[in-house]
Design a protein around this ligand. Structure first.
Ligand code: COA
Length: 678
């Protein structure tokens, strides 16, 4: 096998080049090649400096994740990097694309770093449930200080070349199109000088003098870090860089790294990394399917959903025409969009020019004819089959042939909607989640007749607007809401049988969800759909409305709320539920949190299994992608199907049976086969 690493001589500078597509991951052959390249430079007196760069779209984008969990192959990255750093001839990293994870650690082990303006640098290991494992947590704080290192190591978002230069991570920004030549010139300028090794740096003194920064950092990022092991380990590792010698710090990093690597969280998060990418692929749609150009989008409905959907495209620079029935609703909708953008600008995440730029792409109309030249129209009107069919029939009349017609329905039959048109091949579901400009998930609902190019275009578009997409077949509620309804049914049953509703919420909170179903009800408003007739109360929610409890909006719903919106369980509500249960003939009993958890989550897994059996999802990991991005399922458990595998499918089946719930044929079959979901 030819090595992915080659060397080229430029006078007295040796350039070591990696060519390991797609992202120059640091697999064994790359590590070995790097070590050999450095040996070549050291063994040749005519070589006086070294540049390391990559071909293709990026500098090393990290360790090869596919090697994780397998037997290590020599040389390890730390070994290769120690050899590199020990060189007494200057070694310069020449960075383009994304220097991530192990790639950033390569750069840190080099004596100097130059980058093109568009480069990004970061240590995203925490996002895989890990910390850097090739001395990144020890070299970085010594180079840039603990305060600057903390967010890089413990949050994991990459930074721009400019920011990296500002904190001292990059020595020089070079020409976008002259990276190699500029890096060679830079390396030459360092010949004859003592090399600068980041392992020997002392910039971490700010951390030593002010140990409070670590607690402050934890306090500031508490919400983001809740439940995750890796960010805490990352903070501990950076702290160790200020307290221990370099050699001991590296040992500490290794210890923390190995704990994480062998734990369930990192396995789950690595599963998710590949799950998200797999979800992008539609099994029977060829990767080279020609795409439909999308240069103009129509959105029907300027309410919360329509407005949020429109913002996705405006933010991505795609013109949108938004349609409403009444001028007043149209004006309200567009002013909400503007306000949302202005709020983003106030928080410093957008400039006012960008706000005006996005708003400049928005056209509003009351006339369907204005949608004629749209390449894609998304309908976000009232969730009612007749209304949707009318809208689609109208769209079929006015919108040009070849355009995609999409429904944002969250549970209606997309095939039936498509019958209202003469072009069912161009119809599909694009199910956004509220708030649609924020939530990452896009459920793409594939109708029986949806064309390949329509699907492929929608997948590509999802990526362009920053969404994570997963494909669902047509079934009530699709993947996400179909499983949610199982959880909700159990939540309602549990409180009828005597479970405290706050225990139901707390079980989900403790599991890692941002909130439970009753808190969610309070937040959304439990009076949605309330008929205002206290004599016709048929559900607990209606009983609460009859008692004037509408949710957070009036300070009391399932919970009582104080000024700061802290929730306290309400005796009144507990009594309302008990009365309601008595009326229905339900005996109340104490219900443990274990039972609550099993009854909420196992039926979801069971429904997921049915979804797979019916081929409504292409693969189990797509279901994980849906639940993590659309419903706040905790990432560190890998999603419902991965989690079920870690719990053991036989345990899930046994749990369902224990609670008198049926386990599906497919779940039993998988449990008997003993190998979990694939
Ligand atoms: N190891 C192995 N494979 C990797 C990889 C890695 N570190 N990083 C990316 N890949 C693979 C992806 O699985 C994908 O494979 P596929 O085409 O078979 O699906 C391919 O490379 C392209 O990646 P993709 O993410 O689709 O490309 P992109 O251009 O959108 O993004 C990156 C590129 C590098 C920004 C992104 O892949 C990334 O963030 N990678 C992980 C970086 C990381 O966490 N490094 C630290 C590891 S310790």
């Amino acid at each position: 096998m030819t090595s992915p690493i080659r060397t080229e001589r430029h006078g007295d500078v040796l350039v070591i080049i990696s060519d390991n597509p797609p992202v120059n991951a640091l697999g064994q052959a790359v590590r070995a090649g790097l070590a050999t390249g450095v040996e070549q430079a050291l063994g040749d007196d005519s070589i006086r400096a070294v540049v390391i760069r990559c071909d293709g779209r990026t500098f090393f984008a990290g360790a090869d994740i596919t090697e994780f969990g397998k037997a290590p192959q020599s040389p390890s990255l730390p070994e290769a990097l120690d050899k590199l750093e020990a060189s007494d001839k200057p070694v310069v990293a020449a960075i383009h694309g994304t220097a991530l994870g192990g790639g950033c650690e390569v750069a840190l082990a080099c004596h100097y770093r130059v980058a093109v303006p568009s480069a990004k640098i970061g240590l995203p290991e925490v996002k895989l449930g890990l910390i850097p494992g090739a001395a990144g947590t020890q070299r970085l704080p010594r180079l840039v200080g603990a305060e600057a290192a903390l967010p890089l190591v413990a949050v994991g978002d990459p930074i721009s070349a400019k920011k990296a230069q500002a904190i001292g991570l990059i020595d020089e920004i070079v020409g976008e199109d002259s990276l190699e030549a500029d890096a060679i010139a830079f390396a030459r300028s360092k010949i004859g000088q003592a090399v600068s090794r980041s392992s020997e740096g002392t910039a971490n003194e700010d951390g030593i003098r002010n140990p409070d920064i670590f607690d402050q950092f934890r306090a500031q990022n508490g919400r983001k870090m809740r439940g995750f092991d890796a960010p805490n380990a990352a903070v501990a590792a950076v702290k160790a860089a200020g307290e221990l010698s370099y050699a001991d710090g590296v040992k500490k990093e290794r210890e923390l790294f190995m704990q994480l690597m062998n734990g369930t969280q990192s396995k789950a998060m690595r599963h998710y990394f590949f799950a998200e990418r797999a979800a992008n692929k539609i099994n029977d749609v060829p990767a080279d399917t020609p795409l439909i150009p999308i240069n103009k989008v129509g959105v029907i409905g300027a309410g919360t959903m329509g407005g949020g959907i429109a913002m996705n495209f405006l933010s991505a620079g795609i013109p949108v025409t938004i349609l409403e029935m009444q001028q007043e609703a149209l004006d309200r909708g567009t002013s909400v969009i503007r306000k949302n953008y202005e709020n983003t600008a106030k928080r410093g995440r957008m400039t006012m020019e960008q706000v005006e730029g996005a708003m400049g792409l928005l056209t509003s109309t009351l006339d369907y004819a204005d949608l004629a030249d749209c390449d894609l129209v998304i309908e976000a009107v009232y969730e009612n089959m007749d209304v949707k069919k009318q809208v689609f029939a109208k769209l079929d009349e006015v919108v040009k042939q070849g355009a995609i017609l999409a429904s944002n329905t969250s549970y209606l039959n997309v095939d039936e909607i498509a019958t209202a048109t003469q072009r069912p091949g161009y119809v599909l579901g694009l199910h956004f989640f509220s708030p649609a400009n924020v939530m990452k998930l896009l459920e793409i609902v594939r109708g029986a007749n949806t064309r390949d190019d329509v699907l492929a275009t929608s997948m590509k578009l999802a990526k362009k607007i920053g969404k994570v997409a997963a494909v669902s077949g047509v079934c009530p509620g699709f993947i996400g809401n179909r499983m949610l309804s199982q959880r909700q049914a159990q939540a309602n049953k549990l409180i009828m049988e005597g479970a405290n509703y706050w225990d139901v919420d707390d079980v989900l909170l403790e599991f890692g969800f941002p909130m439970g179903p009753f808190q969610m009800g309070d937040l959304a408003g439990i009076d949605i759909g309330w008929h205002r007739d206290p004599s016709k109360v048929t559900t607990v929610r209606e009983a609460l409305c009859a008692a004037g409890r509408f949710g957070q909006k009036n300070g009391k719903g399932f919970y009582d709320y104080d000024e700061a919106r802290n929730r306290t369980p309400s005796d009144e509500v507990k009594q309302i539920i008990a009365d309601f249960a008595a009326r229905e003939g339900n005996a109340q009993r104490d219900i443990s949190k274990d039972e609550i958890r099993e009854r909420l989550l196992y039926p979801m897994v069971n429904e997921g299994a049915k979804i797979l059996e019916e081929k409504m999802a292409q693969r189990a990991s797509d279901i994980d992608v849906v639940w993590i991005n659309g419903y706040g399922w905790p990432l560190y458990t890998g999603g419902p199907m991965f989690w079920a595998t870690t719990v053991g499918l036989d345990a899930v089946v046994a749990g369902l049976e224990k609670h008198g719930l049926p386990a599906s044929h497919y779940l039993r079959q998988k449990a008997d086969a003993g190998n979990g979901f694939d």
